[in-house]
Design a protein around this ligand. Sequence first.
Ligand SMILES: Cc1cc2nc3c(=O)[nH]c(=O)nc-3n(C[C@H](O)[C@H](O)[C@H](O)COP(=O)(O)OP(=O)(O)OC[C@H]3O[C@@H](n4cnc5c(N)ncnc54)[C@H](O)[C@@H]3O)c2cc1C
Length: 448
Amino acid sequence: MDGTALNGVSVLVAGAGLAGLAAAYDLVAMGAGVTVVDVRDRVGGRVWTIHDGFAEGQHAEAGGDMIDEEQVQIRELAQQVGLKLTRILRGGFGYVRPDPSGHPRILPRSSVRGWDRLAEELKPLTTPYVLAEQRWDSPITANMARRSVAAWLDQIKADAELRATATGMRGFFLADPDELSLIALVDQFSSIDAPAIGTMYRIEGGNERLATALAARLGDRLHLNTDVVALSHRGRTVRVSVKNARALSQITCDYAILAMPATLLRRMPITPALPAQQHDAIVRLKYGRATRTLLQFSRRFWRAPSRPRAFGSPLPFGAVWDANEEQRGRGGILSLLAGGGASDATQAIVAKHGARGLTESLDWLGSRNAELTTSRQIVWEQDPYARGGYAYFDPAFDPALRAWLARPFGRLFFAGEHTSIKWQGYMNGAVESGRRAAAEVAAVHALP
Ligand SMILES: Cc1cc2nc3c(=O)[nH]c(=O)nc-3n(C[C@H](O)[C@H](O)[C@H](O)COP(=O)(O)OP(=O)(O)OC[C@H]3O[C@@H](n4cnc5c(N)ncnc54)[C@H](O)[C@@H]3O)c2cc1C
């Protein structure tokens, strides 16, 4: 990276999640004068490690949790700022499904056939999609995108196993089969190794350490509790209106990177307005419901020889896994991620029976006599600065618009998980998009 490429150039980064912080890291390295603002009182956005309230000094992730082996951008950045990754969940994911009497049962690995069967059924769709090189401006993609996963399941007369597998994927897509565009499923099954889950990591001490390490390098260039409320750009100047403790002020800069979720970006007045297609893409993008429940118990009752420590399910509690196996202590934390309809269902269980109700729904894992010591629940669709877990594509989203989510407009650049193609919905997508946006600023600046 050329350390002088952006000397004398001012860039405002709106959003101090991983996307904004990764962008700022590279901009500083290129010599730019950087200002990063975030409306929250902390950095990290949807990466948030919770320490408070847990016994034995343990912690767990409220947002982004697992880092996959092939997610090189986040792994590289962590390494660059001196953080270590710890291997987790070596036993991979198992699967839990209700038996004919409705009781949850762990399926032996040998009988988990849902993935393979879905892959097989999807072949008539994945084949042309791969021929289209997975491009979202192809009519092949447009044709699939208009249908929901539920409509497709009806069309192929899917049996209970296929439907349960697709419903279980709401823990991944954060959308139920009737909400999710078929193209999302086809896209997932078109990647060679997906959706199989391989080697996984967490950042030692909590994923939030990546955000705080990046923020520490920014010093007084970072402004928290600062809301970007409007933006105008004309000629070579970008004017950003910010609100801090009710006081309005203006920051003038050469370029701006908007690294906030589309749910917030679409509320912000931009003058002159974005091109119609870009505006449409930002307005129409959906964000999934996601409730994370963290349950700390006095002992790790879920551990058993040769049994996985992570399970997907189509059940109301969602997916469940060992949230902190890498940490010391007799106690341990289970992480429940309920996406789409399971998010509503999980909240309903807790409203009626408290966290105990959720503990009881883990009976199949051995929770019967477990002592629940602490619980925390984070409902991301109620978080005012995220308004959902992460983006998903519904059947109303025109796939040809997707590219517009990441397209620069004049001196405005766009970053964030939702702008990534390969890693949308992941921390890696946030990091990669931030670094891409910083490189775009440098490229535009270098143009004659
Ligand atoms: C429950 C859950 C589970 C997840 N699990 C995983 C996982 O296991 N693995 C994985 O890789 N990823 C996971 N993710 C996804 C991952 O956390 C996100 O993709 C990533 O953190 C998004 O980063 P970002 O920088 O794009 O956005 P954000 O982290 O949302 O950052 C955007 C920032 O912009 C700020 N902002 C918003 N509006 C304004 C404004 N007007 N002015 C100033 N600032 C503003 C926000 O406060 C926020 O800090 C999960 C997410 C959730 C919610």
